[in-house]
Design a protein around this ligand. Structure first.
Ligand SMILES: *Cc1c(COP(=O)(O)O)cnc(C)c1O
Length: 220
């Protein structure tokens, strides 16, 4: 076992136990490795172990990795400026941080122009809408969905969030938000929440995807 494969084995055990605790199927929780500030050789090692996609926070850093390893798949989990929307659509497999109507409109326009289809996620922030991590407030989601207009080139997978760890109700609030929007849209939405320190709580509250950096790759 390499250090990487033993960290992954420990993570799988954590995910499995959390699922057992609440009667969920571990197969229903996706593990998305977050490779920001990790060396490319380690990312390659993880890809060889069967991970098809990696989360990256910074467009520039991800571009450097993509140019060296175009075979690897990266998804954007960090803030996206409108002037980087074209670059992001061309280089990432998914964009997980769509959080405002202007950005949604821009992406939609560009997806048509470039003739690309990209799965997207809406980033929500129910706690502090002025933090630099971004995220739409519950009241802004309507406008973001409207700006996307159900465009088949930008299929919405669900909601992504970084809930405050000190607030134990925050994961539940996201699950409720998801339920409300599922009813409104008449289809399933996934929830991406939970990181190295709080994946158990996120899974208990219904997370479908945990995004793991340090517990997967080691300290940055
Ligand atoms: C860095 C980061 C993660 C992973 O964080 P860890 O605590 O290292 O697991 C997940 N999601 C986002 C948005 C991040 O920026």
């Amino acid at each position: 076992m390499t250090p990487l494969s033993s960290r992954i084995a420990r993570l799988r055990t954590r995910i499995q136990r959390a699922c057992e605790d609440c009667g969920r199927d571990p197969g229903g929780v996706e593990l998305l490795p977050v490779s920001k500030r990790q060396p490319l050789n380690l990312v390659r090692e993880a890809a060889a172990l069967g991970f098809p996609r990696f989360g990256e926070n910074y467009v520039q850093e991800a571009l450097a990795k993509i140019s060296e390893a175009p075979d690897l798949g990266f998804v954007l989990i960090g803030p996206l400026q409108r002037n980087k929307a074209r670059t992001a659509l061309l280089n990432f497999r998914q964009i997980m941080t769509v959080d405002r109507p202007e950005l949604a409109l821009r992406l939609r326009h560009l997806a048509g122009e470039l003739d690309v289809t990209r799965e997207i996620w809406l980033q929500v922030d129910l706690w502090d809408e002025t933090t630099k991590v971004g995220g739409a407030g519950a009241g802004d989601l309507e406008a973001v969905f409207a700006a996307l207009g159900d465009d088949p080139r930008l299929p919405v997978q669900g909601f992504m969030a970084i809930p405050p760890p000190e607030d134990p109700g925050s994961f539940r609030a996201l699950d409720l938000l998801r339920t409300r929007w599922q009813e409104k849209l008449g289809r399933k939405l996934r929830l991406s929440m939970g990181m190295s320190g709080d994946l158990e709580e996120a899974i208990r509250a219904g997370s479908d995807q945990v995004r793991i950096g340090t517990a997967f790759f080691g300290t940055r």
